[in-house]
Ligand binder design. Structure first.
Ligand SMILES: [Zn+2]
Ligand SMILES: [Zn+2]
Length: 211
């Protein structure tokens, strides 16, 4: 199943993307599912029933939680989570309550994840492709994969209709609800994918020189 697991609705002050637009355009972008990850909010639950919708799209509610040491996509029972936790407090809470945390855009210039959190095993899944990152920022995740064996997902980080589904995560398992989604992340059978075939990938330096 193909999920865009990093999507902001207008509940996030910085986003112009409405829930209606997500529900109506996800299918044509080839998505089977979407995770709503508004900034520090799961208020989306007031406007929509979570799970498989009448058009077949699976919608999962998560949250993008900001800490001074990095931003994390969290999935689990976090509707009432305390605000202003430090990154270690957040990640320990997520682990002990059976949820999953994903380091969002870990190498984005001004919203990066501090390496000690990965080194200490507090977070083992990272967003290897983020739709709003520069290629060079995404490419740096490879070093953490080598060093720590982190698993990688992909998300568009959509704040507008155009961005929805640009990047996705492909899951081996069938996902119908939040519990399925959390289990699939824990099992680790997934990989990130770029959906926009027109994206021009940077030419590796040695090829550029040869040309
Ligand atoms: Zn935002
Ligand atoms: Zn985001």
């Amino acid at each position: 199943m193909k999920f865009d697991m990093h999507v902001h609705t207008v509940i996030s002050p910085c986003s112009q993307l409405t829930l209606e637009e997500i529900l109506s355009s996800a299918g044509e972008r080839g998505l089977d599912g979407v995770c709503i990850t508004d900034h520090d909010s799961m208020e989306v639950r007031r406007f929509l029933q979570e799970g498989v919708q009448s058009n077949g799209l699976c919608v999962i509610f998560g949250m993008e939680y900001a800490t001074p040491d990095g931003d994390f996509l969290i999935f689990g029972s976090f509707e009432e989570i305390r605000k202003n936790l430090t990154a270690p407090e957040l990640l320990r809470h997520v682990q002990s309550s059976g949820g999953v945390a994903v380091s969002a855009h870990p190498f984005r210039a001004n919203r990066s994840t501090r390496e000690y959190l990965i080194h200490e095993g507090l977070c083992t899944i990272v967003e290897g492709i983020n739709g709003r990152n520069l290629h060079v920022e995404n490419d740096r995740v490879a070093a953490w994969q080598k060093r720590y064996g982190v698993k990688q997902v992909g998300g568009s980080d959509a704040h507008s209709r155009e961005e929805l589904g640009k990047i996705s995560t492909i899951f081996k398992d069938t996902i119908r609800n939040r519990a399925d989604f959390v289990s699939a992340l824990k099992e680790g059978c997934f990989y990130p994918a770029r959906n926009n075939q027109t994206t021009i990938l940077p030419i590796p330096l040695h090829q550029a020189i040869a040309a």
